[in-house]
Design a protein around this ligand. Structure first.
Ligand code: RI2
Length: 327
């Protein structure tokens, strides 16, 4: 076996969406790599790297769209691989992996707090806010606004086919925020009553396009028509470095079983089902992106990616991806 049973369990949970949401997925990946390093029985640096690499690849194979996942893996693996190339010993490699994982988790938690603070400033007393799917970043912003004493109401789409909108409704209700749950196709019907749209992101491209739960782009379209502003809450680790060299973000397509039963499809062989999990909202339909580094217009996404990369240097940042492609 190339990696541990525990890592396989986490990978399966991500695949089956028992762990879901771009940030929880990234956190789980970092935690999985920490556990792998802590519990590794490798007896040489080569063995250790092989095991960590196997673990990283398994995690990367789980869900293709949320860029937070490869960014988490890359954050840890390029540090480990750089140390390996410098000739670090087994215990140093283990320590570096664990420390890098913990550092990533610290950044994630800090980013969430800062985004909640910055985002909540955009909400005023009496706002009716529409949200789609279940974004932990958006929930953090809304609950922070409530904590500040702002009287807000939320309209939450149920988010077919997995109904993550019900989670949103539950979480907001628990925070004391009144929520109206609507079917996805009612978004335009209610848009006249909405003051602001807040959604999360699974990935942000260098041109400011936002990849988020399927249906987001239709909501953004309806919001533009109704002159309602659209805010996207996205930590900087959701920005895709590959998009600056023209790579496209892969849109996950999930099983038809999430939409209709197997029996239905067997009974009607002429019926097929398509189930893309995400869509792309062009930058023209987004007013602002809220990151932990500040609020930016979508057109400034390129600068966020550049500053992320320049923290460590482009070559190092890309090294792990290149490494994967080479081997
Ligand atoms: P946070 C989710 O994807 C939704 O699309 C949500 O908007 C996005 O991740 C961001 O979530 P899925 O895993 O990182 O439900 O803000 O397919 O929690």
């Amino acid at each position: 076996m190339k990696f541990s049973v525990k890592l396989e369990e986490i990978a399966k949970a991500i695949e089956e969406m028992r762990i879901r949401g771009a940030t929880p997925i990234a956190r789980a990946a970092a935690e999985a790599l920490i556990i792998e390093a802590e519990e590794s029985r490798a007896s040489t640096p080569d063995e250790f790297i092989k095991e960590m690499d196997g673990a990283a690849r398994r995690l990367l194979s789980t869900r293709p769209t949320a860029v937070s996942l490869p960014n988490a893996v890359r954050f840890i693996m390029f540090r480990v691989l750089s140390a390996y190339r410098r000739g670090a010993g087994l215990e140093d490699l283990r320590k570096i992996s664990i420390e890098a994982g913990r550092e990533f988790l610290r950044r994630v938690d800090e980013a969430k707090k800062v985004i909640a603070k910055i985002g909540s400033k955009r909400i005023v007393d009496g706002d009716i806010i529409l949200t789609h799917c279940n974004s932990s970043a958006v929930i953090a912003i809304l609950t922070e606004a409530k904590r500040q004493g702002k009287d807000i109401k939320v309209i939450a789409t149920e988010t077919r086919p997995k109904f993550q909108g019900r989670l949103t409704a539950m979480q907001l209700a628990e925070a004391g925020i009144p929520v109206t749950l609507i079917v996805d196709s009612a978004a335009r019907f209610f848009m006249k009553k909405v003051d602001k749209v807040f959604v999360g992101a699974d990935a942000v491209a260098s041109n400011g396009a936002v990849v988020n739960k399927i249906g987001t782009s239709m909501i953004a379209l309806a919001a533009k028509e109704a002159r309602v502003r659209v805010f996207v809450a996205a930590e900087t680790y959701k920005f895709s470095p590959e998009t600056i060299i023209g790579e496209l973000i892969k849109i996950e397509e999930r099983s038809p079983d999430e939409v209709v039963s197997k029996e239905f499809l067997e009974r009607y062989p002429l019926v097929s089902v398509r189930n893309p999990s995400f869509d792309v909202t062009p930058p023209d339909y987004i007013d602002l992106i809220i990151t932990e580094k500040g609020i930016i217009p979508p057109q400034a996404a390129y600068l966020i990616i550049q500053s992320e990369i320049s923290e460590v240097g482009y070559d190092d940042y890309m090294r792990y991806t290149t490494y994967l492609e080479e081997s």
